[in-house]
Design a binder for this molecule. Structure first.
Ligand SMILES: [Zn+2]
Ligand SMILES: [Zn+2]
Length: 156
């Protein structure tokens, strides 16, 4: 893993303590958190951190393609720092956003009929394997897992 500090410096973003923490958090997260979720988790250790700092940092990082905003849910932006292209799956029950490693011939395309492609997002929606399993065994499934901030483990 590239040194986080160097990633920021080489993109002309001053590597302040809070910015480093935000990027480090995203690097270690598998849940594609919202800006608010990142703020909630980091403010516990850094009471001086403001919501504005988190939002501004994410915007600066997204402008440099260091983090990727994902708008799969339609009403919020989720973030990840993984540089590799992959598609996403949204569970309508627990609201987890999971990386989908599918073979997609379009992921590598940089141009279609003269249109230059800079980003490609593939969104799949449905019921995740965990929730499907719970439903099968008759357990109640709700969106509380995501809302309560419990880490949902998903393979990367
Ligand atoms: Zn689910
Ligand atoms: Zn992802």
């Amino acid at each position: 893993m590239k040194d986080i500090k160097q990633v920021l410096s080489s993109n002309n973003i001053k590597p302040t303590y809070q910015r480093l923490k935000i990027l480090k958090y995203l690097r270690n997260s598998r849940v594609h958190p919202t800006a608010y979720r990142i703020y909630q988790d980091l403010v516990k250790d850094m009471p001086t951190m403001s919501k504005t700092t988190v939002y501004n940092t994410l915007k600066a990082l997204a402008d440099k393609n260091i983090v990727v905003p994902i708008s799969i849910t339609g009403n919020e932006v989720r973030y990840e720092s993984c540089g590799c292209s992959h598609h996403h799956f949204l569970c309508e029950k627990c609201h987890s956003v999971i990386d989908l490693e599918v073979v997609c011939p379009n992921l590598a395309r940089r141009e279609i009929k003269g249109n230059i492609i800079k980003e490609l997002h593939g969104y799949f929606k449905g019921i995740c394997a965990r929730c499907a399993q719970k439903i099968k065994s008759g357990k109640k499934v709700s969106g509380s897992e995501w809302a309560s901030g419990k880490e949902v483990k998903a393979g990367h």
